[in-house]
Design a protein around this ligand. Structure first.
Ligand code: OGA
Ligand code: ZN
Length: 385
């Protein structure tokens, strides 16, 4: 056991040191300190170039000192590290990275249509501060409407690329929702599409979905949108055992065409591993395969599944509106369940063109743009790493 050394207010222990930070005694591990030294990062790429594996097992400081609000450490190999106490305090307090993109979700209900965030295509393609506001609405509410879209295939791609690269799915880079002969899925008929999230049969279901309405002259076919995380939270409150079941069981999903057989298992309610909050759902009765849990467990699974499914359809949660030509609805495919009412075949043309971007790209865009275009109440993190 290494002896305890006192240097001014700092106590050097075997595996780390203690020092007073803003009136509290904070402990920091030596490997973490050395690894997190501001010199560990390449100044142009911001990637870590320091290799903690090269350090000795008994890594420890040879000298430490508090200089105003800076902790200075000289390591046994002579390397010098400086850490601002304000920065150290953040880690001691568990504030971690101060990620701008971790925001509190604002639940919404059936009356959300008039409040839904709206932007014009012209505005977002010319004004990055508006893209920051749009991305913020996506993080907070999970849905936004872009109006004034050009009637061109490129319009959708340009819009998507404001958030990130188009992410292919097993339908390719884009998909066209139109009623057609020999449809490979229900979406390509005039039938109602029950509430669902897209493509839970993929290992990582798509994150952000764009649906650009090119034509909507058909009779019927209203859009149905629900904040499924808000509904899952009501389930948690009122039916905790049902909620637990839907966060635990892995449900099989499957999508098949003549040349594809895509399968995976997903939890119906997803929890954020960082804070245990509901972060999304994977829900599609069209793509759910035969449930394969032991039959006795079906006794408790089905009541939970049916209760949640019925709650999603409850008119108090359901936003029901008509998507018009020239509008693109953009939504978080893990948070929002969506569907459509049936339309009358032959009553008029209906065409939506869709594609996806990963949620990570949305968060990345938001971090970069919000740091550049801060809102008064949202001061970005000043730490470079
Ligand atoms: C889909 C879908 C919505 C619509 O194709 O998965 O949800 O309004 N379409 O047709
Ligand atoms: Zn869909």
């Amino acid at each position: 056991m290494r002896e305890c050394l006192w240097m001014s207010d700092i106590v050097l222990l075997e595996t780390g040191l203690e020092l007073p930070v803003k009136g509290e005694i904070a402990y920091f591990n030596y490997f973490w300190l050395r690894d997190s030294c501001p010199t560990s990062w390449d100044s142009s790429t911001q990637e870590r170039t320091f290799d903690i594996l090269e350090e000795p097992d008994d890594l420890c400081p040879s000298a430490v000192k508090l200089n105003d609000d800076v902790l200075e450490i000289v390591w046994s190999d002579g390397h010098q590290s400086c850490y601002e106490l304000n920065w150290l305090r953040r880690w001691f307090k568990g504030e971690n990275h101060g990620d701008l993109a971790i925001r509190t979700r604002k639940p919404w209900y059936s009356d959300h249509y008039s409040d839904m965030a709206r932007f014009t295509y012209e505005d977002v393609v010319t004004n990055p501060a508006s893209v920051a506001n749009w991305a913020q609405a996506m993080l907070d509410e999970g849905v936004a409407l872009i109006q004034g879209m050009p009637d061109l295939d490129e319009g959708l791609q340009t819009l998507c690329e404001l958030f990130g690269t188009v992410r292919p799915s097993f339908s390719g880079y884009v998909f066209d929702v139109k009623s057609k002969a020999n449809p490979e899925n229900l979406a390509y008929t005039s039938k109602a599409l029950e509430l669902h999230t897209d493509l839970p049969a993929e290992e990582l279901a798509p994150g952000i979905q764009f649906l650009h309405c090119r034509v909507n002259d058909a009779e019927g076919g209203n859009s149905l949108f629900v904040d499924a995380t808000a509904v899952a939270n009501v389930l948690k409150e009122n039916y905790p055992s049902y909620f637990r079941i839907l966060t635990e069981y892995e449900v099989p999903y499957r999508y098949t065409t003549g040349c594809q057989d895509v399968r995976t298992k997903q939890r119906i309610i997803e929890l954020d591993p960082n804070n245990g909050e509901v972060s999304g759902i994977n829900y599609s009765q069209h793509l759910a395969d035969v449930f394969d849990f032991p039959q006795r467990e079906m006794d408790s699974f089905y009541p939970a599944f049916r209760k949640f499914g019925k709650m999603l359809q409850d008119p108090q949660y359901l936003m029901n509106f008509r998507l018009n030509a020239g509008e693109c609805i953009v939504f978080d495919n893990h948070r929002i369940a969506h569907g459509r009412a049936a339309f009358i075949e032959g009553s008029g043309e209906r065409h939506l063109r869709g594609c996806y971007v990963d949620r990570g790209e949305l968060r990345s865009t938001y971090r970069v743009l919000r740091a550049r275009y801060p809102k008064m109440e949202e001061i970005p993190s000043t730490q470079a790493y």
